[in-house]
Write a protein that binds this ligand. Structure first.
Ligand code: SF4
Length: 157
């Protein structure tokens, strides 16, 4: 796609108040990744060294006190949506998520040790999938898991 930015920059008749809006619109007038998760797939890199990530997380600094946003990916759905491109398991059987929840618990433990247990969690998102695929007991278990490894604030959105 050809950018229209040079055209905007060259056009002296565009009032300055509109120029910034037009430049912003032109900048994002391109194809982007379909939003299915955060961060989106193009931001993942296989060549990112895990040792570097661990070293950054262990280093002391302001990031060690900053609030956290947690995202839990729960890739189970009771029904399929035929437009969906997500990586998910479609099933009406109960209990299929058990093994996944056990591994998620290990991940929660590892991540809480890494990022710290006392930083306030100001955002909590569950996605997938359909998080309500989990039954009430599993949802309760997951919330307990989170609450015992992170500092969840009251009234968390
Ligand atoms: S992940 Fe969402 S869009 Fe995809 S099948 Fe499940 S409910 Fe439908």
């Amino acid at each position: 796609m050809t950018s229209i930015l040079p055209t905007i920059e060259a056009n002296t008749e565009i009032p300055p108040a509109h120029r910034a809006d037009m430049e912003l619109a032109a900048k994002y007038a391109c194809e982007g990744p379909r939003y299915t998760s955060y961060p989106t797939a193009p931001q993942f890199r296989e060549d990112f060294p895990v040792d570097q990530y661990l070293a950054w997380q262990r280093r002391d600094g302001d990031h060690k006190r900053a609030p956290l946003s947690l995202y839990l990916h729960l890739p189970f759905c009771r029904d399929i949506c035929y437009y969906c491109g997500c990586n998910k398991i479609v099933t009406r059987k109960n209990g299929v998520a058990r093994q996944y929840l056990d591994r998620l618990q290990r991940e929660i433990q590892q991540q809480s040790q890494l990022v710290g247990t006392q930083r306030p969690v100001t955002q909590l998102h569950w996605g997938g999938g359909t998080p309500t695929y989990l039954d009430n007991a599993e949802i309760t278990e997951l919330m307990h898991m989170l609450a015992s490894h992170f500092r969840l604030l009251e009234g968390l959105p």
